[in-house]
Design a protein around this ligand. Structure first.
Ligand code: NDP
Ligand code: MG
Length: 387
């Protein structure tokens, strides 16, 4: 078995390398956006056959520094897909962040590789296409996202499922009033209470946009209507999600919050191996708490349910607007609450359409990004208090 790790310089990617090293898994290729210093170190350590770098200048630099090896360096989005097609690994772990992860997911399916999927955006913007293409190609989509990994582990009787229950930590601002969080800074929003993740998914966790994406992700992975997917606040992040069956049995998966467990299960599925995750001592934890969600406090979660019921266009708009808005917030160009305002406006303005292929989805993504930037330009400049 050989695996390719895409986005190996990111939060999930680095943990995937730890898992691969712990179990001597053969890694044949890696990829990153531009962090070639770390990529070179990883490539030499693992002895990979190939690397791909999105930024062509950075790729050129990596080619030079790897000149004493036989490692082939690809560049750009096309190069990444070419590498996936040529290597035909048994499994591709996709930990690229954002919409850019979609093409490599499709390329991996077309190469006949099973996909260990961290890039939830693939399922948000093109879930129907991805799942149908995987079915036709006879490859598996194995979720890495902790909630969906939990659902996979609890899915003992797929025909008898009555409800999926996703847990949400509630992020750093849970329980605070809107006024209390009106002027939060990127640094405050990046402080997630239980998980250490990349910047976009951390901000999305604070607005619960991430949970909205996960509702859509679960709907696609388990082919279930969003009406049957609930979210419950669970601050401790010990129960990662639950499946309720028609006889009212509720099956949950518990562990320390540690992505290495989910990554490992997706890489070794259906086998379980000894892991790097600490064991759970329930007596030590003592109490697990659960709260009902106040949807009014988190408009982006409600918007995701709405987008899930509406159309491909609404879901592409949801991701595109959020990707742009989060970047603007991290660059201090808009305030925290502008994220939700912008995303709601772009999604509500989207005409309901469905897309048949990647080209249509990519074109829609581009248009919704432009629309978000256009609306952001009309917003009042953030006051110094936002800095
Ligand atoms: P990071 O931002 O930490 O890492 C992103 C990785 O993707 C980096 O290797 C980055 O390279 C690379 N990358 C970024 N943009 C591009 C691009 N346009 N083309 C190719 N490569 C690119 O993200 P995370 O690891 O946190 O998240 C990755 C995915 O996993 C996301 O979809 C996220 O929602 C999902 N996820 C993450 C979890 C977590 O715990 N972190 C949990 C569940 C899901 P470079 O370093 O050069 O910029
Ligand atoms: Mg998650």
């Amino acid at each position: 078995m050989s695996i390719i790790i895409l986005g190996s310089t990111g939060s999930v990617g680095k943990q995937a390398i730890e898992v691969a090293c712990a179990h001597n898994l053969k890694v044949s290729a890696l990829s990153c956006g531009s962090n070639v210093k770390l990529l070179e170190h990883q490539a030499r350590m693992l002895g990979v056959r190939a690397c791909s770098v999105r930024d062509p200048e950075a790729a050129k630099a990596l080619r030079l520094s790897l000149a004493d090896t036989s490692i082939k360096v690809y560049d750009g989005d096309d190069g990444l897909c070419e590498m996936i097609a040529e290597l035909r690994a048994s499994k591709v772990l996709n930990a690229v962040s954002g919409f850019s992860g979609l093409r490599p997911t499709l390329a991996a399916i077309d190469a006949g590789s099973d996909v260990a999927l961290a890039n939830k955006e693939s399922l948000v913007v093109a879930g129907k296409l991805v799942m149908a293409r995987a079915k036709d190609a006879g490859v598996k989509i194995l979720p890495v996202d902790s909630e969906h990994s939990a659902l996979m582990q609890c899915m003992t009787h797929p025909q008898a499922v009555s409800r999926l229950i996703l847990t949400a930590s509630g992020g750093p601002f849970f329980g605070k009033t809107r006024a209390e969080t009106a002027n939060v800074t990127p640094e405050q929003a990046l402080g997630h209470p239980t998980w250490k993740m990349g910047p976009r998914v951390t901000i999305d966790s604070s607005t619960l946009m991430n949970k909205g994406f996960e509702v859509i992700e679960a709907a696609r992975l388990y082919d279930i209507s969003a009406d049957k997917i609930d979210v419950v606040i669970h601050r401790e992040s010990i129960i990662h999600s639950m499946v309720e069956y028609i006889d009212s049995a509720l099956i949950a998966q518990l562990s320390q919050p540690d992505m290495r467990l989910c990554i490992q299960y997706a890489l070794t599925y259906p086998e379980r191996l000894h892991g790097l995750t600490r064991r759970l001592d329930l007596a030590d934890i003592g109490t697990l708490t659960f709260y009902r969600l106040d949807y009014k406090e988190f408009p982006l979660l409600g918007l995701a349910y709405e987008a899930e019921k509406r159309s491909d266009a609404a879901r592409v708009a949801l991701n595109a607007a959020d990707e742009v808005a989060v970047e603007l917030f991290l660059d201090r160009k808009i305030c925290y609450y502008d994220i939700a305002e912008l995303v709601c406006e772009v999604v509500r303005s989207a005409a309901d359409e469905n897309y048949k292929d990647y080209a249509q989805i990519a074109e829609a993504d581009r248009a919704f990004r432009e629309k978000t930037l256009e609306l952001a330009r009309k917003l009042p400049q953030p006051q110094p208090i936002c800095d």
